[in-house]
Design a protein around this ligand. Structure first.
Ligand SMILES: Cc1ncc(COP(=O)(O)O)c(C=O)c1O
Ligand SMILES: [Zn+2]
Length: 410
């Protein structure tokens, strides 16, 4: 078996594979460590291709010694070539959209939660919980229901109504905290100390984070076992962004794919941009911010993996940019009009940053760019209000023709 231990990202101290997340020596974050030395690339590839049509096909790279089960298996979401988007942006690059809204609860969080809930079961927990900006809440409530576990879901009380409704429906204990995400997270860190619960993104965070690697693996498979040249991904805590890098690196290391790491471009909302600011200022750490943006799912003012995200953007020759709320709305529309994909505000942030890269001339002809769309537009409907007009008419031909004089019947 290739899963070895939990290992501190800072000092390398190893720990047992249990529900812990912080190093006792240096307070660094723990990460799952594997031993891939015995893996034969051809054999692994065969196993992947014979596997399920979802994330469990990558079980060699996930933190389980036995067989993980999950009735709501996420993954294998569409990767679409977006030629009309490239045309509108005026670039000769190949733009690919990875539509991860096409998961059971309509965001990429199904991947991380499926892994964390399966691990919680394996470790014997009866209750799962999370601190969420919205999408995680949907996913934890649903996967807990599917697995027959109790759940507590903590969110900022002022979340979008759609996200609250699409969480409460699963019969979870939905707790709206009067505060922002960073307040919610602080409370959950205390609760994780005092309650025997599996907080998917607190005490199970090392396992949870592994789920995001599956987005990188799928991308490689769907591109015909090739790496993208560049990726554009949203950043909240920085976990997804850094785990995409880890996923590509693991496959490079064991020889499942050839080439080099893609250039990494991170996307944040201007109203919550601690990682973009650290990148622009040349800082190694992020200075916490108080979020004020319509991209609530990305509104983490004190990002746990922020410094690693900055480092990865620098190392790969990429960057981290931010966009205004208006640019987020325009990004949502641009994607919808050119691809038929309706994304939530996080996707508006990502497409907004893609547009900036295009405008700055940073996308080369023929370059293969994968853009990660991580959530569904129906969850943040307010962001599209007043961006178009409905034609209201009487149920009569004349009324239609009066409204559309250019369409008068011939
Ligand atoms: C839709 C969406 N995209 C991206 C992210 C970023 O996640 P991470 O915290 O891994 O950076 C989130 C986090 O909540 C999200 O909801
Ligand atoms: Zn340490």
């Amino acid at each position: 078996m290739s899963v070895e231990s939990l290992k501190c990202k800072e000092c390398g101290t190893s720990y047992e594979l249990d529900a812990s997340y912080v190093c006792e020596n240096c307070f660094g974050p723990l990460e799952v460590a594997y031993d891939f030395s015995g893996l034969d690339a051809a054999e692994v590839k065969r196993r992947i291709q014979a596997g399920s049509q979802g994330i469990w096909r990558y079980r060699d790279f996930l933190p389980f010694e036995g067989r993980a089960s999950d009735p709501l298996e996420p993954g294998f979401t569409p990767l679409l070539k977006a030629d009309r988007l490239a045309e509108r942006l005026g670039v000769g690059a190949e733009i690919w959209i990875k539509n991860d809204a096409a998961n059971p609860t309509h965001s990429f969080k199904d991947r991380v939660v499926a892994v964390a809930v399966a691990k919680a079961k394996e470790l014997g927990f009866e209750t799962v919980a999370c601190a969420s900006t919205g999408n995680l809440a949907n996913a934890v409530a649903a996967h807990a229901a599917a697995a027959g576990l109790d759940s507590y879901v903590f969110v900022p009380a002022n979340l979008e109504e759609q996200k609250l409704l699409a969480t409460g429906v699963y019969g979870t204990n939905l707790v709206g905290v009067r505060g922002n995400y960073d307040d919610v997270n602080r409370l959950c860190t205390q609760l994780a100390e005092t309650h025997p619960w599996a907080f998917v993104n607190v005490n199970l965070r090392p396992y949870y984070a592994e789920g995001s690697k599956t987005l990188a693996y799928e991308t490689v498979e769907q591109l015909g076992w090739k790496l993208p040249d560049r990726v554009v991904s949203p950043i909240a805590s920085g976990s997804l962004f850094t785990k995409l890098g880890r996923g590509f690196q693991e496959w490079l290391d064991i020889g499942l794919v050839e080439g080099v790491q893609p250039v990494f471009n991170g996307a944040q909302a201007e109203g919550c941009s601690p990682v973009a600011t650290a990148f622009a200022e040349g800082w190694e750490v992020c200075k916490p911010q108080r979020p004020e943006t319509i991209a609530k799912s990305l509104a983490i003012g004190d990002p746990a993996d922020g410094p690693y995200a900055v480092e990865q953007a620098r190392r790969t020759g990429g960057g981290v940019d931010s966009v205004t709320d208006q640019e987020i709305r325009e990004g949502i529309k641009l994607l919808a009009e050119t691809t038929g994909i309706f994304t939530e505000t996080a996707g508006g942030v990502t497409v907004g940053v893609l547009r900036k890269l295009a405008e700055r001339g940073e996308l080369a002809d023929g370059e293969r760019v994968v853009v990660y769309i991580t959530g569904e537009g129906l969850k943040t409907l307010d962001a599209t209000r007043d961006t178009f007009q409905m034609h209201e008419i009487d149920p009569a031909l004349e009324s239609f023709e009066a409204e559309f004089p250019q369409e008068v019947a011939v």
